[in-house]
Design a protein around this ligand. Structure first.
Ligand code: MOS
Length: 729
């Protein structure tokens, strides 16, 4: 099915199941420990051996010699994979040798060897016996020190423009009555998802099967086939449950390659997980940014000049952190400039993490807006409302499909009690605690992409849905079941959903908050086909049919759904594809974040007291799951504002705090109260589901709202994240 004109009425509008806050259908499996994660499968007939990855001890240079002798003789050791015996790997899609170093080492903790043994402990202890002699090379590890080498981005698919302009930014900024010109920095951050990267790999002749943890099954098959130089049809990946990905499991990481190579070498299944202290430097992370924001406004607070430049670094061949993305669409203003620059660094690869680009970009822009509001003596909510736009400010001929930023700001302010805020910083006290409130806008793109599904009407009248979509804790199982239940007119309990197997039709996968809207639209398309088959079997006119309560009403007649499968189950498969509506309309999601903090007058300890998000993201398929996405994202925002930072050792070239003891993330006690308002919306330009993603919207802006609240509490403006006691002191 091709979606190329705005959706009219369709069976999902009934919202008998869709739009209801139903519980996660896979919830009981998870709360009772029966949902199977990658490392837990026991389906290999032969007991698997254990793999253990040894990471490089230098950041850049060469392996001169590797002495494997002691390790090979150690108890239980079956094999050691190195670049010398691994066979040729094709890493064309990725930078240099993403998966196995040797002789070249590209970054610290890049895999240099995979030890395979009978037990995990044997593999680990043997890995410690490997002696590697390196020849070190000097590298660049410090973003600030590397700014001189910054380059524009080479145009390429999926690469944002290196520069965008409209009007005469320089002149407008020069002539503006009130200006802000500030620099903000965000640090390197790690996904720190709960489930580590893990794979069980099993070969059967030239066929490879892997139980793994991956957000995009289709990318994984494609990339693993390229890397191992085997046909994609020889690979089967299963990733039915994922313990968090946050962008760090988009496609193949080193565990999948290491396990596959090891299993092939010993002709026996191998299970392998990256040990937590390896993950931070071995896999990907969010790159640090240095951002310069220049705003110019009239004395009434109308923006006349908006400038945003951002620098980030990456390993040669790595992507940029596109921090200017949100600035291109968020506020009106005739004169605009955004610019992205990339430096070469020899740290591990930077890549997608939790609203890549947009989250760190908003961390800067939304402090700058707070600074401007103060200079103008205008309420920061009012300033944002004044500068709303209903058309894409870079391309004014393109309207937003739906955009309720103003409603989010207004409804959020009302519910939060924003009017009680004292605009003068440092004035509100509760004993030894200084109290402050902050606000920020939220925005994030609403991409949608082709997605397929297979839907079966079983002979007992129940529905089976199969698609290779993943659920990384987001609620995919549930919203897909809701979609099929609504479309086929059955109860939620009558739907079984099978996900995360590359044998199933190819879905959108999970990333960039496109999963919910895309995958359910694929299921919609397959259900439309199945409904037609049912109509054909029972001989009624599909146009007049109402599927409800496991029956179909057509005029005065009623048919039983089950009857359509009396001669055998009915199977329908389809792919939802898209025309050009995303070019005719700017499709984005919007929101507003409000935060109250307390800062201790003497120690400067910061406590978040209350958070509220008002979000506008198309039709909400399941308010409970959507709220859960948003409160999770708000929690990321607390991490970004106050805790998360990979500390770079700029002499040795690696992230020092590479474990969960030193890399701090918020815990329950850090988050006393979170409120989410879902502002009503339906976007018929997206798909027949009229939905958009919401997971990453919930993050974009939060950290700045916290920073602004800290400023309101203390009068100290910190522009270098994370905001910690030492910086306030
Ligand atoms: Mo997300 S960082 O686009 O998986």
């Amino acid at each position: 099915m091709k979606f190329d004109s705005p959706a009219g009425n369709n069976p999902t509008d009934k919202q008998k199941v869709i739009g209801k806050p139903v519980n996660r259908i896979e919830g009981p499996l998870k709360t009772t420990g029966r949902a199977t994660y990658a490392y837990e499968y026991t389906e290999t007939e032969i007991k698997p051996a254990y793999g253990y990855v040894l990471g490089a001890g230098i950041a850049l240079g060469e392996i001169v010699k590797m002495d494997l002798e002691k390790a090979e003789k150690a108890n239980g050791v079956l094999h050691i994979v190195t670049a010398e015996n691994a066979g040729e790997l094709d890493t064309g899609l990725f930078y240099a040798d993403r998966f196995l170093a040797g002789p070249k080492v590209d970054h610290y903790h890049q895999a240099v060897a995979v030890v395979v043994a009978e037990t995990f402990e044997q593999a680990r202890s043997a890995a410690a016996l490997i002696e590697v002699e390196y020849k070190k090379q000097n590298g660049s590890f410090d973003l600030e020190a590397s700014l001189g080498s910054a380059k524009p981005l080479e145009p390429a698919p999926f690469t944002p423009p290196s520069e965008t302009r409209r009007g005469d930014f320089e002149k407008a900024f020069e002539e503006a009555a009130v200006t802000i010109d500030q620099t903000y920095t965000t640090p390197d951050q790690s996904h720190a998802m709960m489930e580590p990267h893990a794979t069980i790999a099993k070969w059967n002749g030239d066929k490879l099967m892997c139980w793994c943890t991956i957000q995009q099954i289709n990318w994984g098959v494609r990339d693993l086939a390229n890397i191992l130089k085997i046909p994609a049809e020889n690979i089967r990946l299963i990733s039915a449950y994922i313990g968090g990905g946050f962008g760090g499991k988009g496609t193949v990481l080193s565990d999948l390659v290491a396990a596959s190579l090891a299993a092939r070498a010993i002709d026996r299944p191998v299970k392998l997980t990256l040990q937590r202290p390896l993950i931070f430097n071995n896999t990907t992370h969010r790159p640090a940014t240095i951002q310069k924001i220049k705003l110019g406004a009239t004395t009434e607070g109308m923006l006349t000049a908006i400038g945003h430049e951002s620098w980030s670094g990456n390993i040669p061949g790595g992507r940029t952190e596109a921090a200017t993305t949100s600035t291109r669409i968020l506020y009106a203003g005739a004169n605009r400039l955004t610019r992205l620059r990339l430096c070469e660094l020899n740290l591990a690869e930077g890549n997608a993490m939790r609203a890549p680009g947009e989250a760190p970009g908003m961390m800067a822009l939304e402090i700058a807006m707070d600074e401007l509001a103060e200079k103008l003596d205008i309420d920061p909510v009012a300033l944002r409302i004044k500068n709303d736009t209903q058309v894409d400010p870079e391309n004014p001929e393109i309207p937003f499909s739906t955009r309720k930023l103003v409603e989010c700001l207004e409804q959020g302010a009302e519910a939060f009690g924003w009017s009680k805020r004292n605009p003068k910083p440092g004035r509100v006290k509760d004993g030894l605690w200084l109290l402050g409130m902050g606000v920020a806008s939220a925005t994030r793109g609403a991409p949608i992409t082709k997605s397929a599904a297979r839907v079966t009407l079983e002979r007992d009248g129940t529905i089976l849905v199969q698609t290779d979509m993943t659920d990384l804790g987001t609620g995919s199982y549930t919203i897909i079941a809701q979609t099929a239940a609504e479309m086929m007119g059955v109860s939620l309990e009558s739907v079984t959903v099978k996900l995360g197997d590359s044998l199933f039709p190819e879905s959108s996968g999970s990333g960039g908050q496109w999963g919910a809207a895309s995958a359910t639209s694929g299921v919609y398309a397959a259900c439309v086909k199945l409904r037609e088959q049912v109509a054909q079997q029972l001989g009624f006119d599909i146009e007049k049919a109402d599927f409800d309560d496991s029956k179909i009403k057509v005029g005065s007649k009623t048919y039983s759904l089950k009857k359509a499968a009396r001669k055998g189950k009915l199977v329908a498969e389809d792919t939802m594809t898209y025309g050009d509506l995303s070019k005719e309309y700017a499709q984005d999601t919007f929101g507003a974040h409000f935060v109250e903090v307390a800062v201790h007058e003497y120690t400067k300890e910061i406590r978040v007291k209350r958070m509220l998000a008002a979000c506008h993201a198309g039709r909400i398929l399941n308010p409970k799951a959507a709220r859960s996405q948003v409160i999770g994202a708000m929690t990321w925002g607390v991490g970004a504002a106050m805790m998360e930072e990979l500390v770079v050792d700029t002499r040795l070239g690696y992230f020092v705090n590479h474990d969960l003891a030193g890399y701090e993330v918020p815990v329950h006690a850090d988050i006393p109260s979170q409120q989410v308002i879902l502002v009503e919306d339906e976007d018929p330009t997206m798909s027949p589901m009229k939905a958009k993603g919401i997971g990453e919207l919930g993050l974009c802006g939060v950290a700045a709202a916290i920073a602004n609240a800290i400023y309101n509490a203390t009068g100290t403006r910190v522009r270098e994240y994370p905001i910690t006691c030492d910086k306030l002191l």
